[in-house]
Design a protein around this ligand. Structure first.
Ligand code: SF4
Length: 555
């Protein structure tokens, strides 16, 4: 018996299958034309998952996941049953990481389809179209299944299959020889990590400054705005319980965090929440909104500060919250010490000559009025190029949110415009003014309700520095300046001994793809390129080693 037959026989025994591939029919009872036992759907109590539109409400209960039977739709009108193991797994097609159930055919041990996992707390059984499409990726005819080593010139497209041991030995030797010479010769450039910190643990253990990310292309602007408020870099809005949902850009129904957020936004809307969306496009999100503001790109901050000013001037902000949680005395001291200017000359004089009481919140209230007074609705209407009555309507909704303002910004407004990081900063200002921080229906820090397992042993914090990640000219860079990498290499500011790309295809997604091509072809600057990817992409074509990665759905 070959190894394959032995494994098959072992798995068949484990799964309760008969010899070979056949599912044994029970001694008694009805069978289908294939001689298999008929399923008894009526006896299974499905999990009902409430959805507003009535679709997809039933899922197989976990008690039946080990042995689930369904008719084969393709065999209709014959009634041919398939028996499955339903294995919980995740989707990797965006950062949401929604739950999936892999329907593993007990006969062939192949995944026949992916459906939603009703027990997953984030996605609750629902997925966008990309979730079930994981099946296409698993069985992609161009999928890379083995480690490959380049045999021709780089980019020539000639490869040979090598073993994992050979790949690990050869790459490991190159890394070791680089590490002996220096601590900035190995770089791991990640597109999608697909895990939460394990890789960084390895990179730190190598003793190099080796982590590079794509974050400065898309999200670092928004992250910076949040980070400067409270040392967290992403919001976690409670849309389902909000009174007002304030969204900047359309992504919540069409992109990142699409499904877990979108279903809760609609849940909130069904319960009466008002949705305000700032987006130049009449996006899916905008079309479901109570107020759509097609703001001129780069003007979003002015709208946000106009709303802040309205709350401040009318005294409709949450003074108790601000008094308790904001370091307002320090602001007053900064004005006293000449570190912060104020347009109101009388107030400035009072603070600086000691007439004003710096421990009185009323003084701070007057300062707020002076600091933000210039942001009128008229100014916002002019700069944002939207009708003033819509701004007023949005401001009134926010003023009435009662500590339940769920707000989110991501990507375009904050990374696509000069000073865009202020968008997230101004947006969170509204959360603070309305006391909607960490409240039900408000906005929390992403790190407040996220479980991140701690590794049993961490390597000591790194002390190495790689100028190709964080060049001196940008001391305030929030995340690595990775989009400059090929340009820095072309300026002879360094070279890389071993360069890993992990589910990252800069030749395709970065705007300057041809510069990346130039550098990836240059064996002096990029001495060894190892592409970690499950399928071919443009950048992997210019690698020295291509290492086959698994798909999340298979884990
Ligand atoms: S939102 Fe869609 S693509 Fe993203 S993880 Fe969920 S199912 Fe996958």
């Amino acid at each position: 018996m070959s190894e394959q037959e032995k494994a098959r026989s072992f798995l068949a025994r484990m799964l309760g299958l008969g010899k070979g591939n056949e599912v044994q029919a029970p001694a008694a009872g009805p069978t289908n034309v294939a001689g298999q036992a008929l399923p008894h759907f009526a006896e299974v109590e499905m999990i009902p998952v409430r959805q507003e539109d009535g679709r997809l409400t039933n899922y197989p209960p976990p008690s039946h996941w080990d042995d689930w039977v369904e008719w084969d739709g393709k065999q209709w009108p014959k009634r041919v049953a398939h028996r499955y193991m339903l294995v919980p797994t995740t989707c990797f097609n965006c950062e949401s990481g929604c739950g999936l159930l892999a329907y593993v055919d007990k006969e062939t041990l192949e995944v026949r389809k992916f459906e939603g996992n009703p027990m997953h707390p984030g996605s609750r059984g629902r997925n966008c179209a990309k979730g079930p499409a994981t099946h296409n990726q698993v069985y992609d005819p161009e999928r890379i299944l083995y480690p490959l080593k380049r045999v021709g010139k780089r980019g020539e497209g000639r490869w040979k299959r090598i073993t994992w041991n050979e790949a690990l030995d050869e790459i490991g030797q190159k890394m070791a020889s680089s590490r002996k010479k220096r601590r900035d010769g190995i770089m791991y450039h990640v597109g999608r990590p697909g895990e939460d910190g394990y890789t960084n643990r390895c990179i730190t253990a190598w003793g190099v400054d080796g982590h590079n990310s794509h974050t400065n292309i898309c999200s670092s602007g928004a992250r910076a705005g949040y980070f400067f408020w409270g040392a967290f870099d992403r919001p976690s809005p409670d849309h389902a319980n909000a009174r007002v949902i304030l969204l900047i850009s359309s992504h919540l129904e069409t992109g990142h965090y699409f499904n877990p957020h979108a279903q809760r936004i609609i849940e909130g809307k069904m319960k009466g929440a008002k949705i305000i969306t700032l987006d130049p496009r009449l996006s899916n999100t905008a079309s479901k909104s109570d107020v759509w503001l097609p703001t001129w790109p780069g003007s979003e901050q002015v709208f946000l500060l106009a709303v802040a000013n309205y709350l401040i001037q009318t005294g409709r902000y949450n003074k108790d919250y601000v008094r308790r949680w904001v370091n307002w005395q320090e602001t007053l001291q900064a004005i006293r010490d000449g570190k912060l200017d104020l347009d109101d000359a009388d107030l400035l004089a009072e603070i600086q000559n000691g007439t004003a009481d710096l421990n009185d919140f009323g003084t701070f209230d007057r300062v707020l009025k002076a600091l933000y007074g210039e942001f009128s609705f008229e100014r916002a209407a002019e700069e944002c190029q939207v009708p003033i009555d819509r701004i007023e309507e949005a401001a009134e909704y926010i003023a009435n949110c009662d500590g339940k303002l769920a707000a989110h910004t991501w990507r375009s407004a904050s990374i696509g415009n000069l000073g865009g990081w202020q968008v997230a900063r101004c947006l969170f200002f509204l959360n603070v003014l309305t006391g909607s921080v960490g409240t039900p229906g408000g906005t929390s820090a992403n790190s407040w309700n996220k479980f991140t397992p701690k590794a049993f042993k961490e390597p000591p914090a790194g002390t190495a520095w790689n100028d190709l990640h964080l060049p001196d000219e940008w001391p305030f860079a929030f995340y690595e300046m990775s989009f400059l990498l090929p340009h820095l290499l072309l300026e002879d500011r360094g070279e890389i001994d071993v360069y890993f790309t992990r589910v990252y295809n800069p030749m395709w997604i970065n705007p300057d793809g041809f510069t990346w091509l130039q550098v990836l072809q240059d064996e002096e600057k990029m001495k060894c390129h190892v592409a970690l990817t499950p399928t071919w992409n443009e950048s992997a074509w210019f690698a020295d080693y291509v290492l086959a990665m698994g798909r999340a759905g298979e884990r």
